[in-house]
Design a protein around this ligand. Sequence first.
Ligand SMILES: Nc1ncnc2c1ncn2[C@@H]1O[C@H](COP(=O)(O)OP(=O)(O)OP(=O)(O)O)[C@@H](O)[C@H]1O
Ligand SMILES: [Mg+2]
Length: 300
Amino acid sequence: MKMNDIANAGASSAPSEGWPSPASPGSSASAPSGGSERHEVRKRGGEVVLDVKNISLAFGGVKALTDISFDVREHEIRAIIGPNGAGKSSMLNCINGVYQPQQGSISFRGQTFRHMNSRQVAEMGIARTFQNLALFKGMSVLDNIMTGRNLKIRSNILLQALRIGPAEREEIRHREFVERIIDFLEIQAWRKTPVGQLPYGLQKRVDLGRALAMEPQVLLLDEPMAGMNVEEKQDMCRFILDVNDEFGTTVVLIEHDMGVVMDISDRVVVLDYGRKIGDGTPADVRNNEDVIRAYLGTSH
Ligand SMILES: Nc1ncnc2c1ncn2[C@@H]1O[C@H](COP(=O)(O)OP(=O)(O)OP(=O)(O)O)[C@@H](O)[C@H]1O
Ligand SMILES: [Mg+2]
């Protein structure tokens, strides 16, 4: 099934404001090895969607981030790389309102936000997945992905609890939307399975599904391929590329697998000990002496 179908379903049967229309319906997603070809067709130089300016974050004496600035442009796949403890997850946590940086600002489509909590950031259209999965292990795949629809549910809590009237109709529409995400992620066989019983690679896919259920404009992915075998990584790359191509969803991706980063990202930010040491295309970064010294020379 195509992601277009999900978008169409959203437009016709479920609230879908903020869900981008398909960017290039004819484009096809490819496995990582197709990366260079896709870079030629990718829209480049779009408007700045996220603007991170001079962010500093400390935990007591530990400086997690020092004066970090970078931007993320419409429709790109922007990677954040760096050794363990470099500050990558902290950066995503600042963007999505989990951490409040002591200095600096973050703007989304020109609007600077300060002291926003995760829910407010999500309502603006920024969704994320987590390095350490944040799924309800005892709940089914379907119900976990359904939690991503919570922001979109409008009926009041009492009607929802009683499942009557508009609340029931609304729930059916949201469930249909979630079923389409399940089809897209090719996890139909496990839709009723408690997430805790699934292998780790599939749990990562469910976490992506939960984020997709929010119909995000920007998707923040914290090591979506960690702990996966080669085949599972290829599948995850394909899903990320599909979402990016067919919805035009902007992606910010933390990833340790350099092959994946070089293949699917448009631009790369490199962090080391909380400082930015590189920023550019995968080729720029690969040839950056500081990056080679700090990151590419170390094993993960
Ligand atoms: N909640 C916290 N409290 C205290 N220190 C923290 C907290 N979160 C992060 N840190 C510290 O900030 C630094 C950056 O951590 P962060 O998790 O952002 O790194 P990372 O680049 O995501 O690393 P990894 O590749 O291992 O996931 C580390 O020194 C870490 O110990
Ligand atoms: Mg991390």
